[in-house]
Design a binder for this molecule. Structure first.
Ligand code: ZN
Length: 477
């Protein structure tokens, strides 16, 4: 059938539809654990404790994560939960704590990082390490979203499991690691030295969160990251004869670099739909209904009518193509010297299934210049976890419970987290901070005025605790 006919047939209802997600139901007897908490009081306690955590300066570099690990260890200790701080270097500690279950299933791991990126106080409305709680209940501080807020509610999830003496069918492990923001040495150290005793089947970590008014006003999309793009960090180095700047001579290194970059930037890769993108758009469609809903729930119409929009938005575009981003230059000497070597730095991110070596070969071919060579700084393949999974469903159903204007779906993250390292170990890793934020608030991550509302901390704790109970509590007890 020709394309216009296909489109007509589809508009007439004759093409495949993605169904509303089945998020399952929790065993009803487990609801009593959730109902056993006074969430208003638990929320107030969580806000105060987050304020304290944000005051612990773990800006990396230098990190000083042991201070943050000790803060969380203190909260656990008060609840009678022992923990261990392990350092890969002096002051660079990570925290491991465990609530024992009956071993019926492999452990569930709640992961966060203790370090935060630095903050320049002069650009903030409130000091970045103040942990100030303002009159609106907003908690200010570097790490509020990335990711001390999550680390705190993970810690309190263990605390509440212990306070209520919830019988567990699996161990629940808290892991708060150092150095995520710079070299991932905290996680590397844990994987090398401690993984055999952790060996969890599932991890919840950062990656996705809830965004208010993300696509349509009034609708909150809770995005659970199930996949992360791979990476290829490159130096593209141009060579030529050195010389005097007064007389341009073709073929010199800086000109070659410019030409090569122009070729690289002229590439227009085709959009490739990751299944998670289709699925989440379909859930958005089921939420909004009407004509938009009709289009978004049908893959064929997604291709024809939504792809252009997705490719225009840098955030969604990055989830549909292998990106090559120029992030820096080097090699210049004096203004009047043409150097023999100059370089550009490239940050390339790859879709699942695409190999770094193949993209490198493509770039070599596109540039097609024997005087340009590439140096690989770092590479890793993308990976993904299935969202046909009880823990995914538990996170998803509690994220939207009682919120008629919210939808939830899986996403492919353009950036990577420690989860990229864990999936090859057989772990199902989900990136999900269960806060419903505005786009302005998410701009605070690695930016200025990072903050989170007390309501988000309270609701996020309830979502996480409830999801953990659903998959870790012993049913029938
Ligand atoms: Zn982070």
């Amino acid at each position: 059938m020709r394309r216009p006919l296909l489109l007509l047939a589809c508009l007439a209802g004759a093409c495949a539809t993605l169904p509303r997600a089945d998020l399952g139901v929790a065993p009803p007897e487990l609801a009593r654990w959730r109902d056993g908490v006074n969430w208003q009081d638990a929320g107030k306690e969580a806000a105060q404790l987050l304020s304290g955590y944000l005051q612990v300066n773990t800006a990396n570099p230098p990190g000083n994560e042991t201070l943050g690990a000790k803060y969380l260890a203190g909260l656990l200790d008060k609840a009678g939960i022992s923990s261990e701080i392990v350092e890969f270097a002096p002051g660079r500690g990570s925290l491991i704590a465990r609530l024992k279950g009956n071993g019926g299933q492999k452990p569930l791991c709640l992961l966060s990082h203790l370090d935060v990126v630095p903050a320049d106080a002069k650009n903030w409305a409130q000091p970045p390490f103040s942990g100030l709680i303002d009159d609106h209940g907003t908690i200010w501080g570097r790490g509020a979203l990335d990711m001390k807020g999550m680390g705190l509610i993970e810690t309190l999830t263990l605390v509440w499991l212990k306070r209520l003496n919830v019988p567990l069918q699996r161990d629940v492990i808290l892991l708060a690691v150092a150095d995520e923001e710079v070299d991932n040495r905290g996680m590397q150290f844990i994987v090398e030295k401690y993984w055999p005793q952790i060996d969890c089947s599932h991890v919840v970590n950062e990656g996705g969160m809830g965004i208010r008014d993300a696509m349509t006003p009034g609708q909150t999309i809770f995005a659970i990251s199930v996949a992360e793009k791979g990476l290829l960090w490159l130096k593209m180095i141009a060579h030529g004869k050195a010389g005097h700047g007064s007389t341009p001579i073709p073929g010199r290194a800086p000109d070659r670099l410019l030409d090569a970059l122009a070729k690289v930037r002229a590439r227009h890769p085709e959009a490739i739909w990751h299944p998670s993108t289709r699925e989440t758009l379909a859930q958005v469609g089921h939420g909004v209904g009407g004509v938009t809903g009709y289009v978004l729930t049908r893959p064929l119409l997604q291709d024809w009518l939504a792809e252009g929009q997705l490719m225009k938005n840098p955030g969604t575009r990055a989830a549909m193509i292998d990106t090559v981003n120029v992030t820096g230059f080097g090699g210049a000497e004096e203004p009047n010297v043409v150097p023999a070597e100059v370089w550009a730095q490239l940050d390339c991110r790859l879709l699942p299934g695409h190999k770094p070596a193949d993209l490198l070969a493509q770039l070599v071919q596109i540039v097609d210049d024997p005087n340009i060579r590439f140096e690989v700084l770092y590479q890793a393949e993308a990976n993904a976890s299935s969202w046909d999974d009880p823990f995914y469903r538990a996170l998803a159903r509690h994220a939207v419970a009682g919120k008629p204007d919210a939808v939830v779906g899986p996403v492919l993250s353009p950036g990577f987290t420690d989860s990229l390292r864990l999936r090859p170990l057989g772990v199902r890793a989900y990136g999900f901070v269960p806060f419903a934020t505005t786009q302005d608030e998410t701009g605070g991550m690695h930016g200025e005025n990072e903050r989170v509302s007390s309501d988000n901390v309270r609701d996020g704790l309830k979502v996480l605790f409830s999801a953990v109970v659903d998959v870790a509590a012993l049913p029938g007890q």
